[in-house]
Design a protein around this ligand. Structure first.
Ligand code: SF4
Length: 157
């Protein structure tokens, strides 16, 4: 197990990181499955310059949540991706009208914001790993509903 300082964390908390083999054993999933989640844009692992992937406890929880959505809620990966794409980052981050007009995420709701190549709110995908929008999507569907209702994006039942 590797321990690394999270460069995005202002308190410099040391995070435990697991290799893809360790993470897949913890999750009872294969390594290709974890890579597939990344390929579908629903998971962002830490990556070294040489391309080696590492996963934090938060990543493990995120995958467990997605497994719950697949096994118990009946979603597939595309469904999960579409669900994440519904998170209105421009509302939550209170982007101006002008920023929205030029933002590809605002104009295309088919994929999550962190999968877009050119957005002004970040330099690289690692910035998204600690962003509130990405972290919100780590919560399971029921909690997501509560969040969306809280910002008035979904009507109360
Ligand atoms: S920083 Fe990343 S996750 Fe956050 S709103 Fe921008 S693209 Fe989305």
């Amino acid at each position: 197990m590797k321990k690394a300082k999270n460069k995005h964390d202002t308190n410099s908390v040391v995070e435990k990181l697991y290799s893809i083999g360790q993470a897949s054993r913890k999750l009872h999933l294969s390594s290709p499955t974890l890579r597939m989640y990344e390929h579908h844009g629903v998971l962002i692992p830490y990556k070294t310059k040489s391309g080696r992937r590492y996963y934090s406890d938060a990543d493990i929880e995120r995958v467990q949540c997605m497994r719950h959505m697949i096994k118990d809620v009946g979603l597939n990966l595309e469904g999960i991706r579409r669900l994440f794409a519904l998170l209105p980052c421009w509302e939550i981050k209170q982007c101006s009208k002008k920023e929205r007009e030029h933002c590809p995420v605002y104009l295309d709701s088919s994929k999550p914001c962190w999968t877009f190549k050119r957005v002004t709110c970040r330099k690289d995908s690692m910035d998204c790993k600690t962003c509130e929008i990405y972290l919100m999507s780590s919560t399971c569907t029921d909690r997501l509903k509560t969040i969306l209702r809280g910002i008035g994006y979904l009507q109360a039942e």
